[in-house]
Design a protein around this ligand. Sequence first.
Ligand code: NAD
Length: 308
Amino acid sequence: MSYQIKKAAVIGSGVMGSGIAAHLANSGIATYLLDIVPSEVQPADAAKGWTKETPAFRSSIAAGALQKLLKQKPAPLTAKKNLALITPGNLEDDLEKLSEVDWVIEVIVENLEVKQQLFARIDNVVKAETIVTSNTSGISIEAMLDGRSESFKTHFLGTHFFNPPRYLKLLEVIPASTTKPEVVEFMKSFGEDVLGKGVVLAKDTPNFIANRIGTYGLLVTLREMQKRGFSVGEVDSVTGPVIGRPKSATFRTLDVVGLDTFLHVAKNVYDQTSGEEQEVFNPPAFLKQMVENKWLGAKSGQGFFVKK
Ligand code: NAD
């Protein structure tokens, strides 16, 4: 069977989902961007006359993410008009739309059980030949397939984009043991030829390649900083533009990634290692405290830096 992707759906419209939807639109692909229905009608929504049943309210998380794309720097869209290729929606009312698409990419919270529940719902609606992928930072691809149909298992793999998706060229492609070789080959060529990525095939090991090394490096840096009394500013100044990086590779990067997501990603390896290696993947207490305070980074307006 020969595969093609004309229409896609991105599920989860946060930091990465909105950026990936923008990158697909930049590549000319019509894309649904679906998120959950917000749990509460906020006073600002009520002032617009919205109730829990108002369609605009029900799809407001994804619609809000699209508006943010226009303001983000560096710009996620190559042209403002690409926004018209993205249709925002919500999983409750628009789940059936997944039967129209050739590719579904899951970009929700980094938690295996939550992802598995979502895949069970997707499995019920997609066509047998629809490719379904996860943007997980390092959860086992194989474990996501527990209980899924045969066609889902043969068309499922990891596609790990990097932040920000328009600018970072790396795309890790991670097959499960059940993924059809044709699907892996197709995703590799599609990633390179249509999305303009540099594709690296990775094995299904905790955090794959880039995040296994990257998370290790960041956690060692945080520990050394505490031990030696370096300041946030000092560390950022020597891991930023002065060594040829557009932004600091440490705290500004952590703010862009999201501190909650970073904790989940560290846990991916922590839970599957032991001894000295495991200790490295145990994040410092101050990071956990920041997440408890809801200082999540750029997405919440406050992380190591206050967003202006
Ligand atoms: P985020 O917190 O910014 O966004 C997650 C989005 O998913 C939110 O909009 C949330 O409402 C939605 N969501 C949560 N549960 C859902 C559900 N059950 N159904 C539908 N939507 C749901 O997270 P993010 O940083 O975009 O990360 C998403 C995924 O991408 C994670 O697996 C993460 O590990 C991975 N990732 C993140 C980065 C990064 O730099 N942040 C980079 C590469 C990969």
